[in-house]
Structures are given as structure tokens and as C-alpha cells.
Design a protein around this ligand. Structure first.
Ligand SMILES: Cc1cc2nc3c(=O)[nH]c(=O)nc-3n(C[C@H](O)[C@H](O)[C@H](O)COP(=O)(O)OP(=O)(O)OC[C@H]3O[C@@H](n4cnc5c(N)ncnc54)[C@H](O)[C@@H]3O)c2cc1C
Length: 428
């Protein structure tokens, strides 16, 4: 095991080898003589770098505006690109869609994007990890950090090993938000509640959503804080991800080398920020997820647009008839009734946005189109940062999606660079 080679002390320990952790590791390794340990509990980083790996290179996609100016993001995106070597996808015929959208109060963002594909991403990650090792970063995969001991400036691993540090960068991602919150409590870092994104994932035939032939992942903003998110086509599939107490759907696609299945999937998400008396966005997301578990017998719900329009639930026996002419890619989803599971305000705003989308790109609301629910994106409570380098306490930095400093691969990487700048500056 790689753990055996670990030292008892490092100048910098980075927890999490997603894009945020990698961004910090490269910046520090290339610009300092610090001893660096990068720790990852899985055998390969588990977020979007591994799944699908669409990279967005246009501000503000992925960059929460309260933390980032366009100038800084543009500058850092060049540095991100120098490590990820993206091949930017072509975008054509966008003007016709954008003009239609504008007429009805919808905005189509023009974004520079690259797509690696789930089948190719592990090679990319492997090359990045190898490059870090050449730069003398100690990389410990399959090694989980259990807790942090602030007084002694040490971390403890699951196997009971203690390692001390001068600087600790936490980049555990969104999935481990509850672990991060425990660590913030231990460190005495104040935090505030964060937003939650709740929505559906649409699956349809490519011919019903031909914009994807011209623009790989169209970023479309609707009124009511609804947006398209994470579009997949080519060889595209919907997956079910397990969270504590519920499943959320997600989508991904394989690289262009794979045979096309002529299906498209994308999320329609509504951002919710709860205020008093109920303030926990995460708890709200969890309750909605658990309700779907109850109604679906332990899975996620899917409904054909044709049934939804008629106010009828979808049923297993009628789900694939002549009009409903493609099979769902997520076999474990249960045919049911969205209206029974979704809060009215969320359903209303998303359905209205879908109708607007169907005006801009006629066909997407074909009766066969499938709506899967829920797609839930929770974020960790937001730490109170004491400087612009995402420092939360002297020697401690929290970055990436888990900290609410990013919402995507490239911005997460940029947040790692910014934290590294903080450490480099401290030592000048
Ligand atoms: C299925 C899926 C597909 C996605 N697709 C895209 C996409 O195509 N494009 C895009 O821009 N974004 C995508 N995203 C979002 C993207 O994953 C995140 O924006 C990005 O990965 C955030 O980077 P991060 O470094 O903050 O966290 P992560 O990438 O989540 O990395 C955090 C890492 O920390 C590790 N970790 C957590 N706790 C510990 C611990 N205690 N000890 C050791 N290691 C720990 C985790 O195993 C994980 O590998 C996707 C997300 C998912 C879940």
C-alpha cells in the first residue's frame, strides 16, 4: 500500500485528489520546494473529472460570482488549460437559437467547452497523478483522512496513522459535505447555510434536441433560477448515484470513439436558497430524495412527457409502446408520477422552463421524452473565509465544490491555485 511510504510530517497536506486538490498540488509543486502529500480515499478521484469530464472555459460557468471576478477567472483558466490540454468543441448555428431565446426572456450562454468522456478520463487522471509524482508530490491513493487535530496540527488516517503538517488544504468535494462540516466544527470555523439545486434529468432522442450537434453542452438560463446543466450526447447514459438515504440521477457520456446511441440527456435544475424558519438546503434536498425512495419503492421516478401532459402516471406496462419508442437508459428507474413527488413551486418552474425550451428547440417535449426525478445537488455549508485565498484559519484552507468556491472542474482547479497562492505568499 502507498500508505507505507508516508512521512510523519509534510509542509502541505492536501485532502482530496479532485480538480481542486490537483490544482493546489501542481501550483505548489511547480513553484515551491515544499514537501507535499496528496491524499485520496478512492483509487481514483471520484467527481466529474472521472465521470464524463466536460470542462468549461468561460466565466461565469462554474465560478460562484461572490468569489470570482471575470479577470481573475480568465487568467486562471489559462493555467488550468495548460494542465488539462483541452480540445475546445466547435459551436455553430447558436445565433438562431439565441435569437429565439432572447424573445422569450431566456439566455443561451456561449461557452468554450472540452469533453473527455467517461472512458478516457481515467487515463487523463492517471497522467496528472504521474506528473505530480515526477514533481515529488507524495500521492496516497486509497487512503482516507479520518479527522483533524487542530492543536497538534495533525491529521489521522483511518488506520490510526498520524501525520503532521504546516498547511492543510481540504478539498473533499460535494459528496463528502457532512465530513467537511464535522471538520469545520472541530476547527471552530464558522459557516453559513448554502443553496441546494433540485431538478429533473431529461432523456430524449437526439433528433428531438438537435442543438447538441452544434453545441455540446448548451448552457441555457431561464427565469425562476432554472438552468440546463450537464448535457450528454453521442453515447449518453443516465446513472443513479447513492447518497445517504436516497438516490439522485446524473448523466454521462463516452468519448467520440464509441458508437452513438442517438440519445441525449441533460438536467433542468432550480436553485433554492431557503431562509428562516427553515434554513438547511441540504436537509431539504435529503427529505425530497427520501420521499421519492418511499414512492418508488427504493429508487428514482421516471415519467414520459406524454403521460405527464395527460396528468396520468407512467406505468411499467405502457412505458415502451409505439409512441414511446426508445428505452430508458436507467433501467432501475421506476415508472411513476412526478406530480406526487415534487414540490409545486419546483415542478411549476421547471415545467414552464421546459415549455420555453420547446419553443426555442421544438421537439424536446415529444411525448416519448422521459423526465427522471430527482436530480439533487447539495453543497456543504459555506465556510467563513478570512482572506481571498480561501483560508479559514491560519494554516487551513478549504476549497473546491465542497466549500462552495466552485461548481465545476475548471473552477475547482482554479480554487486550488488560489489557495496555493496563499501558501506561497505566506512564505515570501
Ligand atoms: C457524476 C458526476 C459528473 C460530473 N460531471 C461534470 C462535468 O462533466 N463537468 C464539470 O465541470 N463538473 C462535473 N461534475 C461536477 C464536478 O465533479 C465537480 O465540480 C468537481 O469535481 C469538484 O472538484 P473538487 O475537487 O472540489 O471535488 P471532487 O472532484 O469531488 O474531489 C474530492 C475528492 O476528495 C476525496 N475525499 C473526500 N473526503 C476524503 C477524505 N476524508 N479523505 C481522503 N479523500 C477524500 C473524494 O474521494 C474525491 O475524490 C460532475 C459531478 C458528478 C458527481
Amino acid at each position: 500500500m502507498e500508505k507505507n511510504r508516508l512521512n510523519s510530517h509534510y509542509d502541505v497536506i492536501i485532502v482530496g485528489s479532485g480538480p481542486a486538490g490537483l490544482g493546489a498540488a501542481f501550483k505548489l509543486a511547480e513553484n515551491t520546494q515544499h514537501s507535499i502529500l496528496l491524499i485520496e480515499k478512492k483509487k481514483i478521484s471520484s467527481g466529474g473529472l472521472r465521470n464524463d469530464c466536460k470542462q468549461n472555459y468561460t466565466y461565469p460557468v462554474g465560478f460562484p460570482c461572490e468569489h470570482w471576478s471575470k479577470e481573475e477567472a480568465d487568467e486562471l483558466l489559462k493555467e488550468v488549460a495548460s494542465h488539462l490540454n483541452p480540445t475546445i468543441e466547435a459551436k455553430i448555428n447558436i445565433e438562431k437559437y439565441a435569437a429565439r431565446a432572447k424573445k422569450i426572456g431566456v439566455e443561451i450562454l456561449s461557452i468554450d467547452q472540452a469533453h473527455v468522456g467517461t472512458d478516457k478520463s481515467s487515463e487523463l487522471i492517471g497522467n496528472l497523478i504521474d506528473a505530480l509524482k515526477v514533481l515529488h508530490v507524495n500521492v496516497a491513493l486509497k487512503t482516507e483522512v479520518h479527522s483533524i487535530h487542530a492543536k497538534k496540527k495533525t491529521i489521522s488516517l483511518e488506520d490510526g496513522t498520524y501525520i503532521s503538517f504546516n498547511h492543510l488544504i481540504l478539498a473533499p468535494g460535494r459528496a463528502d459535505y457532512d465530513w467537511l462540516q464535522e471538520q469545520m466544527d472541530t476547527l471552530g470555523v464558522p459557516y453559513s447555510d448554502n443553496i441546494v439545486d433540485i431538478g429533473v434529468r431529461i432523456e430524449t432522442k437526439e433528433e428531438n434536441y438537435p442543438i447538441v450537434r452544434d453545441y455540446y453542452d448548451p448552457k441555457i438560463l431561464f427565469p425562476g433560477k432554472v438552468r440546463t446543466f450537464c448535457t450528454n450526447s453521442g453515447c449518453a447514459h443516465i446513472v443513479r448515484e447513492k447518497y445517504k438515504g436516497y438516490y439522485s440521477v446524473n448523466g454521462h457520456s463516452l468519448s467520440r470513439e464509441n458508437e452513438r446511441n442517438n440519445l441525449v440527456n441533460f438536467a433542468m435544475l432550480k436553485t433554492i436558497r431557503l431562509t428562516e424558519p427553515v434554513v438547511s438546503g441540504q436537509q431539504f434536498g435529503k427529505i425530497l430524495g427520501e420521499m421519492v425512495m418511499q414512492l418508488s419503492g427504493g429508487s428514482v421516478i421516471m415519467q414520459r412527457v406524454g403521460d405527464f401532459r395527460m396528468g396520468a402516471r407512467s406505468k411499467a406496462e405502457t412505458f415502451n409502446n409505439d409512441l414511446y419508442d426508445f428505452e430508458p437508459t436507467l433501467k432501475s428507474a421506476v415508472a411513476g408520477d412526478l406530480s406526487l413527488c415534487m414540490p409545486a413551486k419546483i415542478l411549476r418552474d421547471i415545467w414552464k422552463s421546459l415549455k420555453m425550451l420547446d419553443t426555442i428547440i421544438p421537439g424536446v417535449l415529444h411525448p416519448s421524452t422521459i423526465i427522471y426525478y430527482p436530480e439533487i445537488k447539495t453543497y456543504s455549508n459555506k465556510p467563513a473565509f478570512i482572506d481571498k485565498h480561501f483560508c479559514v484559519k491560519e494554516g487551513y484552507y478549504i476549497i473546491g465544490d465542497g466549500a462552495g468556491t466552485s461548481r465545476g472542474i475548471t473552477a475547482a482547479w482554479a480554487s486550488g491555485i488560489r489557495a496555493a497562492h496563499g501558501i506561497i505568499k505566506e512564505n515570501i
